[in-house]
Design a protein around this ligand. Structure first.
Ligand code: ARG
Length: 587
């Protein structure tokens, strides 16, 4: 679990709701004789509502209204509220004082980080994400891992942690015998061309078919695996060619996606091969390992199969080869002992949950993974087609990621041409790229990662609703307000903010909640929470802009409102940026 928070310590700006919760915590503790949640929530009738008196009264068997009175009489709310009123059976309605809101907003306005200070204790965090397999197509599962991992990396870095990105590509194992033989049969240049164009699945499939149909090929493939494992130079050179071709292709996908990953982040399965005998020896010495059906295994307690038999984690197969689990265990040792990781995030699909839990368990039993160091499986669900089955292309094959991204940009270009025909060719192409890629990423990030989501072009590219285009458009619209008002945004940031209208108050509170939103997001590594916050912010801005004239307002209200516009745009820009999504100035 994340313990960089709570928000109050992450930021030096007071989120109104969080501030009230903090102020009331000792009051409620006094009344309850124990910790009790004041339950502070946004409200339609006032700025906020304290609901905690009701459940507490029930628990204590007292009158809720009397408890509410004691809460009010404590006097702690006066510091931030201009009105405090008991309503109904024992709710407390709060109106924040305009001075409080204005003072806090004033602090945010002059801060590039929008009120967010770095975490008190910087951690070393290893993020394991993307991890496609050599000579295999990247599928939408790899898209999810790449996009979610990239967002987490950006947020962790912004919070001041030392982040180590690791792309644990699958580049080792038995299939490489047949893949190398197929490479030789095809000729390196022909293979390079196919793979360079992203036809990895074609390559893999051909190799597989040959393996199935030809005994002679099978024989060669087996001999090749032995050569590879014994470190034969020529074989390693061929293997390296395959790895390089695949990586070059993965890099084109990463560049298209605009994620931070590059070659320096590669931490491939093969890298851990030389360290695996030591992992085996350490497990042997620990007494955890046993022989089962000829293989060397560990039975971590608590894991059973359908028949309730204990489930082994296979460390070394009966043939002597090491497994996926061995490489993950070795990885844990490397991350904790060499890299000094405090926290390891594994951004991997939900189907691998059991594998990871078994790896974590064995690593902790062996003493390699001990608190305060921790490992977390940041799991995610599937991407579905509109038939609610796994996303497939029209010909029934797995969808190629590049095709998907190219189509997103094409569709965005069409949507933008319609919305803003005045945008010239080059600018339009750039905006289409930003909007198209942003839409795909945001569709992925904005649903709770653990759930499946339906890949729906129309929804993700819509300018309405919780989508990237909606947020990007809100940002661009604010930029256009400044162009019309002819003010330099940086000149503005010291203007006095006055919050009068209800829509201004609502927007002010939302702006001040940005650090809390980020803190909530990191508490469960759930980017969708930041998305929801940004969507709420954009909606609050829309109703503010509908009700409160900005450019035509008289001073000092005009400057104050422009300041709210500026803060909204900066928060949208920063928030989208933390998700790995750009926000154009015009679109
Ligand atoms: N290459 C694997 C796959 O495509 C994912 C690897 C994830 N990382 C790890 N440390 N196991 O399924």
């Amino acid at each position: 679990m994340w313990n960089g928070g709570p928000a109050a310590r992450l930021c030096d700006v007071a989120d109104p709701l969080a501030t009230v919760t903090e102020l009331l915590a000792p009051v409620f503790a006094g009344l309850a004789g124990d910790e009790a949640d004041p339950v502070v929530r946004p409200s339609d009738r006032a700025d906020a509502q304290v609901n905690g008196a009701l459940p507490l009264a029930k628990e204590l068997g007292t009158n809720p209204r009397e408890l509410a009175e004691q809460v009010v009489d404590s006097g702690v709310l006066q510091a931030v509220c201009s009105e405090v009123e008991i309503a109904g059976p024992g709710f407390v309605n709060l109106t924040f004082s305009s001075e409080f809101l204005a003072a806090e907003l004033g602090k945010v306005a002059v801060d590039d980080r929008l009120g967010l200070v770095e975490a008190g204790t910087a951690k070393t965090v290893v993020v394991d994400y993307s991890a496609p397999n050599v000579a295999k197509e990247m599928h939408v599962g790899h898209l999810r891992s790449t996009v979610i991992g990239d967002a987490l990396v950006r947020m962790l870095e912004f919070l001041g942690h030392r982040v180590i990105r690791e792309n644990h590509i699958g580049d080792w194992g038995r299939p490489f015998g047949m893949l190398i033989e197929h490479l030789l049969d095809l000729g390196e240049d022909v293979a390079a061309e196919g793979i360079g164009q992203g036809d990895l699945d074609g390559f893999y499939k051909q190799a597989n078919e040959k393996f199935r149909d030809s005994e002679e090929f099978q024989q060669r493939a087996r001999e090749r695996v032995v050569l590879l494992q014994s470190g034969d130079d020529d074989t390693l050179a061929l293997w390296q060619r395959l790895v390089d071709m695949s990586n070059a292709y993965f890099n084109t996908v990463y560049r298209k996606l605009g994620v931070l990953l590059d070659d320096g982040d590669l931490a491939a399965e093969s890298r851990y091969q030389p360290m695996m005998p030591e992992t085996l020896a350490r497990l042997e010495a620990s007494g955890l390992m046993e022989r089962s059906d000829g293989a060397m295994v560990v039975f971590p307690p608590g894991f059973t199969n359908r028949d309730n038999d204990p489930l082994p984690l296979i460390i070394q197969a009966s043939t002597g080869g090491f497994n996926y689990a061995t490489s993950d265990l070795t990885c844990v040792i490397d991350r904790v002992e060499r890299l000094g990781a405090d926290l390891m995030l594994y951004v991997i699909g939900a189907p691998q949950a059991q594998h990871l839990q078994m790896v974590f368990k064995v690593a902790s039993m062996a003493g390699w993974l001990q608190p305060p160091a921790e490992a977390v499986h940041v799991a995610f669900g599937n991407v579905l087609g509109d038939d609610r089955k796994m996303l497939r292309s029209r010909s029934g094959e797995a969808v190629k990621l590049v095709d998907l991204l190219d189509e997103a940009v094409d569709r965005a270009a069409a949507a933008i041409a319609e919305k803003n025909p005045d945008l010239d060719g080059e600018a339009r192409a750039e905006v289409a790229r930003i909007v198209g890629i942003g839409a795909v990423k945001y569709a992925d990030l904005s649903t709770d990662r653990i759930k499946d989501y339906v890949f729906d072009w129309n929804r993700m590219l819509s300018f309405d609703g919780n989508t990237a285009p909606y947020l990007q458009y809100a940002h661009a619209r604010i930029c256009s307000i400044f162009r019309r008002a002819e003010v330099d945004r940086t000149d503005l940031r010291r203007a006095e903010i006055v919050v009068g209208e209800p829509q201004e108050r609502q927007l002010a509170q939302r702006l001040l909640a940005f650090p809390t939103a980020l803190d909530d997001t990191m508490a469960t590594y759930s980017p969708h929470k930041l998305c929801t916050y940004l969507f709420d912010l954009a909606q609050d801005f829309t109703s503010f802009y509908e009700h409160c004239p900005v450019v035509k307002a008289a001073e000092p209200v005009r400057s104050s409102r422009l300041e709210l516009c500026d803060l909204t745009a900066r928060t949208l820009d920063r928030g989208l940026g933390l998700l790995g999504i750009d926000a154009p100035q015009a679109m």
